[in-house]
Design a protein around this ligand. Structure first.
Ligand code: PHE
Ligand code: ZN
Length: 879
């Protein structure tokens, strides 16, 4: 384990390094048992720091064996250097010098999936955030940027493809069936963007001509059996490259851009310079193997990683506290790209849903942190929804404050000023200010404060004065380490509707939507010349990541659902209505009272289903009831059983009341046509399958039969998966044998396809009919792999994160199970363990019995020898 108990590091302690590395030359000799790394580094003193004498050179490195170290050709004896589990300390005698370090590593034994490791028959690397230190001794920090040259040597038969960053500059055959390829990346980069891949891979190739007329080669490398699954990623890549030119004026800068798919990967994908490495689940797709959701995810992630070439690589982070500089900005960029490629409102709804049901939870829990944290124990724990998604919301607010053109001026200045540099979030904000002449001083608190701000809105209408007054109070709950909060600058976009549902002018210019800049604890905005009592539409487009309270009646919400000119708020009003109704029913469940569904929801949903003018994807979103997780957030003490029961009751009652309409819409959309992963077709399938999802809630055979027929005749994975999961979760008993049969057939058919089988695992793990026993049984399945992150997430992650009633079973069996898995995985792959443990961290929100059970297993975990990842999460949750 580590040298000592893990310690926190602080942003305020940041200091520049004592030395810079100009060039990095690495030679990898990939062997059967170990890999020899020879690193030649050219250093020079950082003269912007004051030094009395030459400071020692402290290189970091773990899990490796040092073979030799030389400075300027002088082999260093053991007396000349210090070595520990995590460091190699040398004493230079000149301001400029060269080191040659030789060390051995064992990628075949590396289960952490950081550094160099093996996945199926190939070798690959993952260096962000601090994985490079598992490859060789180095200044593994993002502000040290160097030009890399990489030579890879391996057996030619087993590893015909040898890749690294940049351009290939030499290839040659060696003795004993080995060969060598040398790559050079002319752009300075930090070590976290280094990558190496070796394997028996095939590729698809295409080209892209950049805006200045350069031709770039594009290649996607996969294991041979996946070669038919690359087309969608390639199309997505070309769209992304064009979009970044058109929207940001950013051109690609190397002669080749490569993507590699690997099955063992901790995250979605990685933006290594010129050589992106992807989790195979985020890049491979064919109509018969991937669902619409996967196709869309691939488009978004390919774009995200590609966009990092500028927002992340050309301009990188000074230190890891600045992670949101690249991630928040890049998520914002990919969200806008997806909005341009598909339906803008639907994309917004999806993102806000994710933010509210998961990021808000994080921001209210024991691991809450600002988008720019000011301390951490383990940086890997900070690749969070807060840094990514809330970070993107913060960038979006800047975009909305300075406007589209102002934002482009700001990004142009940012890229121009900082190209080739490692910078801070503040540099980004400064560029926005300087390019636009705005003052974002107060706005900066979004970077330093955790917690979700609350806006409490009240209003008053004065008929005599024809005046409407909107009063907005802001507050923010305390979070760990931040008892009191400073004010935020919150852009609140709003409009007013008259009694007919028409938008009312907000001022003399006739504008019907505007942004109120909230900068005070309490502010009143006065609208004059208002000739009737208006209904306010607030936080349009979700203009800020806040909770907004306003006392809407159910009629108000139904009214906004029908008339609001803001599409996002039409959806949000529907959500508010559903939440209000479900939460009232939750109260009734708790008191053992009879449940009756308010007819307003039935009418509202009926109207939505009948409205031909609406985008079908939007209809599907409107019909989607708030998730159990989001509903849970509405409760002081979470009662997951009552939530589940109330929500199921609502689903079933809606299905019963709207059965004919649901069947009609289903039939109308259930047409056989060739699969295309395009917005309109996706919308049709989503709506169709949403209707099916309601129909299988009925305690009769209608839905089951439709699902069965759809499963049997499905021409693509979207329909097949949807039908299978509908059969699995269906209410009526006739579905059981059919579901069993479909699941069996599916498993037989797809036994060899690891990504498809993952969906099969997760469908069953997340299904509320299945308890822990099912999960344990599935873990014995021959396709399951206890070390593979995708498999663990599909089964353990899906059960604990989505099958809430069963995970939170009163016996505590779910908690004990998760604790056992976390302890087991932590010894192999701490990053994975730290993600899986998440459902246990919110124990304080549950009833006393569950609270105790969860606390007990957290304490049991604490008894073990832990990684810094799990140590940090467990100690912060128990604090
Ligand atoms: N930087 C990657 C991305 O967001 C995510 C990642 C982080 C991947 C750490 C691997 C390890 O695009
Ligand atoms: Zn990213």
């Amino acid at each position: 384990m580590k040298d000592a108990q893990p310690r926190a590091i602080y942003l305020k302690d940041y200091q520049q390094p004592d030395y810079w590395i100009e060039t990095t030359h690495l030679v990898f000799d990939l062997g059967d048992e170990s890999t020899r790394v020879t690193s030649t580094l050219k250093f020079h003193l950082n003269t912007s720091k004051k030094h009395d004498q030459l400071p020692p050179l402290e290189l970091v490195g773990t899990d490796m064996e040092l073979i030799s170290v030389a400075i300027d050709g002088q082999v260093q004896t053991k007396e000349q250097y210090q070595i520990s589990k995590e460091r190699l300390i040398l004493q230079p005698v000149f301001e400029q010098f060269e080191t040659v370090i030789v060390n051995d590593i064992k990628p075949q034994e590396n289960t952490s999936l950081e550094g160099l490791y093996s996945s199926s028959s190939m070798f690959c690397t993952q260096c962000e955030a601090e994985g490079f230190r598992k490859i060789t001794y180095y200044l593994d920090r993002p502000d040290v940027m160097s030009v890399f040259t990489t030579t890879v040597i391996a057996d030619k038969e087993r590893f015909p493809v040898l890749l690294s960053n940049g351009n290939a500059i030499e290839r040659k055959d060696l003795d004993n069936g080995r060969h060598l390829v040398t790559w050079n990346d002319p752009f300075k980069k930090p070590a976290y963007l280094f990558a190496l891949v070796a394997g028996k891979l095939e590729f698809v190739e295409d080209t892209f001509t950049t805006m200045s007329g350069r031709e770039v080669t594009l290649r996607i490398f996969v294991e041979p059996h996946n070669i038919t699954k690359c087309d969608h990623a390639m199309v997505s890549l070309k769209k992304s490259m064009r979009w970044d030119e058109e929207v940001y004026g950013r051109e690609y800068d190397l002669d080749i851009f490569m993507i590699v798919a690997v099955d063992d990967f901790n995250m979605g994908a990685m933006e290594n310079k010129g050589l992106n490495i992807f989790n195979s689940s985020c890049v491979l797709a064919r109509p018969d193997t991937a669902t619409d959701a996967t196709f869309q995810r691939i488009e978004a992630i390919v774009a995200h990683e590609y966009f990092h070439n500028w927002s992340g690589n050309r301009v990188t982070c000074r230190d890891w506290f600045q992670l949101s500089l690249k991630e928040g900005f890049t998520v914002f960029r990919d969200a806008e790209f997806s909005a341009d490629m598909n339906s803008r409102t639907v994309k917004r709804v999806e993102d806000v849903n994710l933010l509210r049901s998961h990021q808000f939870v994080e921001d209210a829990g024991p691991m809450a942190h600002p988008i720019r944290p000011d301390s951490f124990i383990e940086i890997n724990n900070f690749y969070t929804l807060t840094v990514y998604e809330k970070g993107a919301e913060v960038v979006r607010m800047i975009h909305n404050i300075v406007g589209k053109e102002g934002f482009r001026k700001g990004t142009d200045l940012y890229f121009e000023r900082h190209d080739g540099q490692a910078v801070t979030c503040d540099d980004f904000v400064k560029a926005m200010e300087d390019a636009n002449g705005v003052d974002l001083t107060l706005f900066r608190n979004w970077y330093s404060q955790a917690g979700t701000p609350v806006l409490d809105v009240t209003d008053e209408y004065d008929e005599d004065a024809q005046e409407y007054r909107l009063t907005v109070k802001q507050s923010c709950p305390a979070t760990p380490g931040q008892e009191t909060k400073k004010l935020f600058h919150i852009p609140l976009e709003m409009g007013l509707l008259d009694g007919e549902g028409e938008p009312m002018p907000l001022d003399k210019s006739g504008l019907t939507t505007k942004v109120l800049d909230i900068k005070q604890p309490e502010e009143t905005f006065v609208f004059t010349g208002v000739d009737e009592r208006p209904l306010p539409s607030l936080l349009r487009g979700f203009s800020a990541p806040v909770h907004l309270n306003y006392d809407y009646s159910r009629e108000d919400l139904v009214f906004l659902m029908s008339y609001d000119e803001d599409g996002f708020n039409r959806w949000d009003s529907c959500q508010r209505l559903a939440i209000d109704i479900i939460m009232e029913l939750v109260g009734k469940v708790q008191k053992g009272e009879e449940l009756v569904l308010d007819s307003s929801l039935i009418e509202a949903f009926g109207k939505v289903l009948a409205d031909d003018s609406l985008d079908k994807a939007m209809v599907a979103e409107l019909l989607h009831l708030p998730s159990e997780t989001y509903l849970a957030e509405q409760m002081e003490v979470i009662d997951i059983d009552a939530i589940h029961q109330a929500r199921q009751f609502v689903k079933q009652s809606l299905a019963a009341a709207l059965k004919d309409q649901l069947v009609a819409v289903y039939n109308e959309l259930n047409i056989d046509k060739p699969y295309k992963p395009e917005a309109d077709d996706i919308a049709e399938r989503t709506l169709k399958n949403t209707c099916l999802g309601y129909l299988v809630e009925l305690d009769e055979e209608t839905g089951v039969q439709l699902a069965q027929a759809q499963y049997a005749g499905a021409g693509n994975m979207t329909d097949s998966m949807a039908a299978m999961s509908c059969l699995a979760s269906a209410e009526h008993a006739s579905s059981r044998p059919l579901a069993e049969k479909a699941l069996q057939e599916f498993a037989d058919k797809w036994a060899e396809d690891t990504n498809v089988i993952d969906m099969w695992f997760s469908t069953q793990a997340a299904c509320h009919h299945n308890g822990l026993e099912k999960v344990k049984e599935l873990m014995q399945h021959k396709a399951f792999d206890k070390k593979n992150p995708n498999k663990m997430r599909s089964l353990v992650g899906a059960f604990c994160g989505r099958n809430l009633v069963n995970f939170h079973d009163k016996s505590g069996s779910g908690y004990e199970f998760l604790a056992d898995e976390v302890i087991r995985i932590d010894a192999l792959n701490p990053q994975l363990a730290a993600r899986l443990i998440n459902p246990l961290t919110r124990w304080k929100r549950y009833d006393e019995e569950r609270r105790e059970l969860m606390q007990k297993v957290l304490k049991r975990i604490q008894q073990h020898e832990l990684s810094s990842d799990i140590f940090e999460v467990v100690s912060k949750s128990l604090a």
